[in-house]
Ligand binder design. Structure first.
Ligand SMILES: *Cc1c(COP(=O)(O)O)cnc(C)c1O
Length: 397
């Protein structure tokens, strides 16, 4: 069947909630994807910061195949080996205490919000607690996650959402202070805002939030769903800042392609929040996804992927900075590690993205006018060179 026919067949049955690019992807190999016509694309999207190990990795694939042949699903009413292993490795990577596995990022946020509310409830003996979230944040599409997402047009059609959410300006500690009340139980923030346009938090902001939360016994929640799992060259972006959260959410690259998320609690939050009966999931953390998570951690370690990202980051940044110097429509670069954004001015980002895709480079946008680069973590210098060449072409056209 031709690509066009696959697109038409898709639109016939699949609810139209995405404006998809006119590409029918079929298979992947390393940092490359191939469409149904056999056209090759260098992938700087990683399925939105998911496929950290790239595509068709033999060791990762084998671990998944072995688990398929052993045990797929058990429910959370029983113990299984992959759960113990995945939990141990995520707790170790974060230096935190307890993990709850979910099926997605948005569910990790739901769990984090419930844990924060339960913590305050346990402490005070009453409910009705509030959350402070950031403008231009993105935390997901389920009702709780949407309630703390700082983009009004995502929220409006679905109101009333979860009550008791106040928004503050990102990187503005005074603005957060102004939103804190006697009822605030948690502050939720992305250490690097992703969908909002690749905005790294400042050192002072995260340090200030930590101090503020400690003073008032408020839980600090870091959403590491996009910026975590090695994307910036450490397992979690907050590890660069030396500012620890009480609760962290994780997903996207956690399974490098299988749907899995998690919320992770420190000792204090774990000891006084969710208890048996408070939270659950049928699929979450099943043997299949946990085998993937466990293998992802093994392969990061075995291949030194964090060091690889750190080593290659200056080269990636230098290449992107060259584009900023050379093209008037590229106003600036923002980001950290392999989570980079080029801010476009006077030129629609969608047009540049389409031209890049035509020329064999997959990139996406963020926050309206930002070209987002979130490649698989396995890319090499040669991939960066190839990306820069194609992107130049797209910008020059
Ligand atoms: C993608 C994302 C989410 C939502 O994750 P889903 O798996 O799409 O539900 C939440 N927070 C951040 C920072 C994200 O990038």
């Amino acid at each position: 069947m031709k690509a066009n026919e696959w697109m038409n067949r898709t639109e016939e049955s699949i609810l139209h909630t995405y404006q998809r690019f006119p590409v029918v992807l079929q298979r992947g190999e390393g940092a490359y994807l191939y469409d149904t016509d056999g056209k090759k694309y260098l992938d700087f999207t990683a399925g939105i910061a998911v496929c950290a190990l790239g595509y068709n990795d033999p060791e990762y694939n084998q671990a998944l195949k072995d688990q398929v042949d052993t045990l797929l699903h058990t429910s959370n009413l029983f113990y299984h080996e992959p759960l113990a292993e995945a939990g141990r490795k995520l707790a170790a990577a974060s230096g935190m205490s307890k993990v709850f596995f979910t099926n997605s990022g948005t569910e990790a946020i739901e769990g984090a919000l419930k844990a924060a509310k339960k913590y305050a409830y346990t402490k005070s003996g009453h409910a009705d607690w509030e959350i402070v979230a950031m403008e231009h944040s993105f935390h997901g599409r389920s009702v709780g996650a949407l309630s703390v997402t700082g983009t009004a047009h995502y929220r409006e059609p679905f109101e009333p959402l979860m009550g008791g959410v106040r928004f503050a300006a990102f990187n503005d500690l005074e603005s957060v202070k102004a939103q804190i009340t006697d009822k605030t139980c948690a502050v939720i923030v992305e250490p690097i805002q992703g969908e909002g346009g690749i905005y790294p938090a400042s050192q002072e902001f995260l340090e200030g939030l930590r101090r503020l939360c400690d003073e008032k016994d408020i839980l600090l929640i870091f959403d590491e769903i996009q910026c975590g799992m090695g994307r910036t060259g450490k397992y979690f972006a907050w590890q660069w800042y030396g500012v620890q959260p009480d609760i962290m959410t994780c997903a996207k690259a956690l399974g490098s392609g299988v749907p899995v998320g998690a919320f992770v609690l420190n000792e204090r939050a774990a000891a006084a929040s969710l208890a048996p009966g408070d939270h659950g999931t049928t699929y979450g953390g099943n043997p299949f996804v946990c085998a993937a998570v466990s293998k992802v951690f093994d392969l990061y370690e075995k291949r030194g992927l964090l060091a690889h990202v750190q080593e290659l980051t200056p080269y990636l940044e230098e290449k992107l900075d060259t584009l900023v110097e050379k093209y008037g429509c590229v106003a600036k670069r923002r980001g950290k590690g392999f989570m980079q954004g080029l801010v476009l001015e006077g030129r629609p980002v969608g047009e540049v993205v389409s031209k890049a895709i035509d020329n064999g480079l997959l990139v996406i946008s963020a926050g309206g006018n930002v070209l987002r680069l979130v490649p698989p973590l396995i890319i090499t210098k040669e991939h960066i060179d190839e990306m820069a060449t194609i992107l130049e072409k797209a910008l020059a056209e």
